[in-house]
Design a protein around this ligand. Sequence first.
Ligand code: HEM
Ligand code: SF4
Ligand code: SF4
Length: 553
Amino acid sequence: MRVKSERFRPEYHQPLIVGASTGFLVSPNVSINSTLRGNAQTAFERIENLFDASFGGADNPLRHLGALGLFFLWILVASGLYLYTVLDTSIEGVYRSIGHLSQEQWYLGGILRSLHRYASDGFVLVMMLHLVREWAYGRYHGFRLYSWVTGVPLIWLAYVSGIGGYWIVWDRLAQFSAIATTELLDWLPFFNEPTARNFLAPDSINDRLFTVLVFIHIGIPLMLILGLWAHVNRISRVDYLPSRRLMLGTLASFLALALVKPALSEAPADLAVVPADLPLDWFILFIHPLTDITSPAAVWSLIFGATVLLFALPFLPHPKAQPIAVVDAANCNGCSRCHADCPYEAVTMAPHPDKAGHKIAIVDPKLCAGCGICAGSCPSSTPFRSQETLVTGIDMPQQPVDVLRRQLEAELARLGTQAATSAKLVVFGCDKGADVRDLAGADTAAISLLCTGMLPPSFIEYALRSGADGIVISGCREGGCDFRLGMQWTRERLAHQREPHLRSVVPTDRLQLVFASRNEGDTVATAVTEFRTQLKDRAVASHRPPAYSRRNR
Ligand code: HEM
Ligand code: SF4
Ligand code: SF4
């Protein structure tokens, strides 16, 4: 094994931040966006950490908003199908058939009706939170452009469907919403005849209206489902459903609401009367009071302005994207592990140009996030290879595995020169999570990676065999990985459940995993201190020197 004695200074892996200090001209709008985003991200992180304490990462609703939205959508579809079967779309029948559900059939139809209503409120709530969270974490440009841009029309579809749903009941609230919406629509220069005229007098509406409404109320959610399919199309292993506990918890909350405050109809619609004193669904129908206190012009400006802004956001200047993964044909054996592990479907397999019957990984530059998870999955990324320069199958130009090996070797050599007063630790962390670099010291080497999932498990064995007493791996909390799957793959590789796995000869009591978010450097520092004490206690108890390396060389 080759160990360089001087402290290694990586010449790669400079953080690619472009801002005023690097000469990039940042417009005032962009810096307002960055400041707002920074504050929103910190707020989200704090609340998420608080929720983690109560729910744990897997059941934390804020970390699984997209999946929660999909779950609510399935509740809406299932309950909606039942409502559809009992709905009478005639002008007299519509109010009666829905009211019947709540009164005579409260234990089934009534509960399903309430579930439908509360799940729709839940859906728009988690959708908007999901949008704000993705923006706050800066996940709306570069390789995420597609997910972002396909997400924007979903907001329109969700609201149009939600507002239309209220009309089907044809009670006073429906009447109010129908008139308010058509008045809002009439402000646009699209209609020859004012659409609000349809609700002027009792004889201006007929049975056809409700057939059309139901058709729209079913058709738009179908478009929404199609839009969602497109939305997650470029993401692998999508979080399609939240954890079982989260599903049961939210479903139980909706059921409790359905029993305590069932969804009921108001008095039947009467176009001769002006509806008043109505309880409003603020999640979906907030647009009506907003129009009342402002004007149709202000509301349309807000709606179109927000839509244009959302579409435009990804095209504002942003920090330069990370360089993408690069495949080395000579070192790729076509095993497909990088293809299986890539969180963004950026790797496909194609016939190898030089090795007949073999495959080679191909990286799509438009999809690659530059996370390095593929480098961590490649069997050629092992530091035990005797090459002077370690060339792997798929690598990151900004932090190649060869640089990682040289950095590790230099750090181990430095630790080797220190007196053996305390356990010597190597801490691997993630650029997107808690900053581990501050932990570097006389008895600690700290190496930050593009993503923790970039660490090939063989590096752990290599470090332990080369003088480290213990390894700490710090990664984002569950559901918090910036590249979605980095921590999941790391855990599975260390637990021998995923290739490349940590060899079973590696003593796992020399290994400590810590989960910490960006602002939780203290958590990692505490874990390092405690782990060092544990290693020392164990060494004292077993009367043996702590270094794994000394026993297994
Ligand atoms: C209509 C409701 C929506 C649902 C049910 C939904 C659902 C999802 C799901 C399941 C994912 C994949 C999460 C994962 O597996 O890691 C996702 C990703 C994403 N969504 Fe949505 N979404 C919705 C609306 C939106 C909207 C309105 C936006 C923003 C305009 C948006 C932006 C994104 C982005 C940027 C990602 C990619 C995240 C990443 O790459 O890490 N979504 N969404
Ligand atoms: S993991 Fe490495 S060897 Fe396997 S296909 Fe990808 S680049 Fe090739
Ligand atoms: S760097 Fe990340 S996104 Fe790009 S190919 Fe590798 S695993 Fe996929």
